[in-house]
Design a protein around this ligand. Structure first.
Ligand code: EPZ
Length: 418
């Protein structure tokens, strides 16, 4: 398994191009199942999760051609309604094929995704939404089997604003008979991006980005060309890198508007964020990082996917801070590794009490999930000495060529195979 080795203590300076958003590309590539013909997607990030979803779509009968960040998908040959365990276990977002398969083939059999390091990750709200649209749900031998003579619109209230739950039911509803209203829907930019792609395909959707989304079913959709929006979490990760290293980074092809809550908190640490133009920001790290309290919330609140990265920043800030994780039940796994690097953090329930230290020290550490891996890279960049990060396959799921991007702005970072 690959490792990443970092010599800490370098100030990062230069320009980084942000890649397309993993969490927008995944549902949008899956939405190709909703129409016959060739959909062309650009700015698709080259990630393990994208490879996984392309494998699954091919398994279902889609024809896929990829070149650089362009992906063409023709779902005209959609013939298989089963998403097998060996494909789904690699990436839980595979559950997103449920909605489109039921909408197109009137049936689906998808391996239950199971939990992951950060929490149980249930899909009860996905299934309840499909049931309300008239689907029959059976759980058998680790699979969820869904069938429906035809889907009919309904008024669906999500107990919590689930991101992929909102995406799944939105994709099921666009070809349903009548009107579907999603209440307490997720409001992330990735939801708006999916709705924009579906509307381009001919769907009738109003309210994406708010907590009430109204979908009027249509008879059929047509293929489109679509550009994937920038990855706000990758952008946030590099912004923290600038803040940590007293650096000066200019991020291009990014969307600062998608990071308002995070940027607000980052500026309170003393970090300067200059809006160069609509898709370009310059981030300058402070000489002394101020402690700031954070609570993760559904969008537009502070994103849970930035919690681990912000925890590193607070671990070398001046003073005390409290970071509360309100979305997932086990998203402080990275803390034990940070403490091995000298961080002073105490976990109590869903909060981390962080007492800033003057320095972290490099150490061999273990990545446990995607964003925890990113946090360990950030810690290595600012730590004194050498940090070796094991199990970097977690990282490759969601960050495109991250060590190359960090090298370009002055980091001493390399990947070691084996
Ligand atoms: C999406 O996961 C993202 N993944 C996650 O990013 C992100 O952390 C998460 O949203 C929250 O923003 C993708 O978009 C592919 P949820 P998702 O359903 O949809 C509970 C990353 O690092 N819930 O919004 O799986 C659930 O337990 C990943 O890129 C139910 O109870 O998250 C959680 O507490 C990590 N029942 C809360 O809702 C359900 O049926 C939010 O989960 C569904 C969810």
């Amino acid at each position: 398994m690959d490792k990443i080795i970092i010599e800490g203590g370098r100030r990062l300076k230069g320009e980084v191009r942000i890649s397309g958003a993993k969490n927008a590309a995944l549902p949008i590539l899956v939405s190709s199942l909703l129409a016959d013909g060739v959909n062309t997607y650009s700015n698709v990030p080259d990630l393990k999760d994208i490879q996984s979803i392309k494998l699954l779509l091919t398994h279902l009968g889609a024809k896929i051609v990829s070149a650089d960040s362009i992906v063409r998908i023709d779902a005209g040959g959609l013939c298989n309604y089963e998403a097998p365990y060996d494909l789904v276990r690699k990436m839980r977002a595979s559950i997103l094929v449920l909605g489109p398969l039921v909408a197109r083939l009137k049936k689906a059999k998808v391996s239950l995704p199971g939990g992951c390091a950060i929490g149980e990750r249930p899909i009860n709200l996905h299934l309840r939404g499909l049931e309300q649209l008239g689907a029959k749900i059976e759980l058998k031998h680790g699979y969820v089997e869904v069938s429906a003579d035809g889907l009919k619109g309904d008024d669906i209230f999500f107990d919590v604003p689930t991101v992929t739950g909102t995406e799944n039911i939105m994709m099921a509803a666009v070809l349903a008979e009548g009107t579907t209203v999603l209440r307490n829907a997720a409001r992330e930019p990735e939801i708006v991006a999916l709705a924009d792609a579906l509307k381009k395909m001919g769907a009738e959707i109003h309210g994406a980005g708010t907590s009430v989304i109204t979908i009027s079913g249509v008879n059929e959709l047509h293929p489109i060309s679509n550009e994937i929006i920038p990855d706000r979490i990758e952008a946030g990760t590099f912004m923290v890198a600038a803040a940590l290293t007293q650096g000066d980074l200019t991020l291009t092809n990014c969307e600062p508007d998608h990071l308002k809550a995070f940027i607000h908190k980052l500026t309170l640490t003393g970090t300067k964020v200059h809006h160069v133009d609509k898709q370009c920001i310059r981030v300058i790290g402070p000489d002394e990082i101020k402690s700031v309290d954070v609570k993760t919330l559904p969008y537009p609140g502070f994103p849970t996917d930035m919690q681990a990265q912000f925890t590193v920043l607070m671990s070398v800030a001046k003073g005390l801070s409290i970071i509360s994780e309100s979305i997932f039940e086990n998203r402080f796994i990275h803390v034990s590794e940070l403490k091995r690097m000298g961080a002073d953090i105490t976990i109590s329930g869903n909060s981390a009490m962080i007492k800033g230290v003057s320095k972290l020290s490099g150490a061999p550490v273990m990545a446990t999930d995607l964003r925890a891996s990113a946090c360990l890279i950030l810690a290595g960049l600012v730590a004194q000495g050498t940090t070796t990060i094991n199990r970097v396959y977690h990282l490759d799921r969601g960050y495109e060529a991250i060590e190359k991007k960090f090298t370009q702005v002055g980091a001493l970072i390399k990947r070691v195979n084996g």
